[in-house]
Ligand binder design. Structure first.
Ligand code: AMP
Length: 286
């Protein structure tokens, strides 16, 4: 496992891999790694000759007033967690390395129709910043595959759409959400929760499971299901931002749809939590 922090060094190694005909996979992260990130690394390692994990806290994807300054930067711990998996490269560039002219930059990747809604409504510029930096990382690493977590469902759709529209020569893969024992989706932002809040945070997953079960049982009064979940979230101390039953492409659900995703974001204490559920979630099988 080699730590690379500069673009010339990354490009030199990438050229050697290309000459050897090796297939490369990229796992973009912002660091502060947990079991969810590690599961993505393990998943891509099975299909690639070389794996690159990027660690970059991207200033462009934080809205004004968000947690860019206090976002946890834990490179030494991250390297220790990655060590047993032995990815080939950990690419951890500085902000200056990625944005040598400073930021914001003039060029942005905007996936119209997807980036303004749901999380985009509450996090100005977030998806544009994320799509722009992922495009930069894809251009630098030039992987055959890149993997993203299904926890960030809207983000995954943004990247898939961007790759398709721009004919990016990369296959976008996804990995399932890794959870704490109480169901809370693992997230670097969970560290903003107190112990008590961490226990209440399980209610978000419980409401997604309850809604998923109702949909599987044939309930189609979407507004009533959404409203019931929001009430329960508020009772548990959350300030819900949205809780929506949607088609898998994030269009409003109708009774014509046979498959759904339930997408939610809610603030609990100092943490903004997001999660979602698909109807094939194993928790809904019982
Ligand atoms: P982040 O470091 O938060 O930008 O996340 C990096 C990647 O890990 C993204 O593709 C996320 O969707 C993914 N990810 C974050 N949390 C989880 C989780 N609990 N399970 C699986 N993947 C995750």
């Amino acid at each position: 496992m080699k730590l690379i922090q500069t673009i010339p060094e990354l490009k030199a190694l990438r050229a050697r891999w290309r000459a050897a005909g090796e297939r490369v996979a990229l796992v973009p992260t912002m660091g502060n790694l947990h079991a969810g990130h590690l599961s993505l690394v393990e998943q891509v390692q099975t299909g690639a000759d070389r794996t690159v994990v990027s660690i970059f806290v991207n200033p462009l994807q934080f809205a004004p007033g968000e947690d860019f300054d206090r976002y946890p930067r834990t490179l030494a711990d991250d390297l220790a967690k990655l060590d047993p998996l032995a990815p080939d490269v950990v690419f951890a560039p500085s902000v200056d390395e990625i944005y040598p002219q400073g930021y914001p930059i003039a060029t942005n990747v905007v996936v119209n129709g997807l980036v303004e809604r749901f999380c985009g409504e509450f996090r100005a510029g977030h998806f544009v910043g994320a799509a722009t930096v992922v495009t930069i990382l894809l251009n630098l690493v030039q992987p055959e595959q890149a993997i993203f977590g299904e926890k960030d469902y809207q983000q995954l759709l943004v990247f898939r759409r961007m790759a398709r529209d721009l004919h990016l020569p990369v296959e976008i893969l996804s990995g399932p959400t890794v959870r704490e024992a109480n169901g809370l989706a693992m997230s670097s932002r969970n560290r903003y929760l107190s112990d008590e809040e961490r226990a209440s945070a399980a209610v978000l997953r419980q409401q997604l499971v309850a809604t998923g079960r109702a949909l599987r049982a044939g309930h189609r009064d979407f507004a009533a299901l959404e409203q019931a979940a929001r009430v329960q979230l508020r009772a548990a101390g959350f300030a819900p931002q949205y809780f929506n039953i949607l088609s898998p492409e994030l269009e409003p659900a109708t009774s014509q749809h046979s498959d759904f995703v339930v997408l939610a974001a809610a603030v609990l204490g100092a943490a903004r939590l997001i999660d979602n559920i698909r109807l094939d979630d194993p928790a809904l099988a019982a």
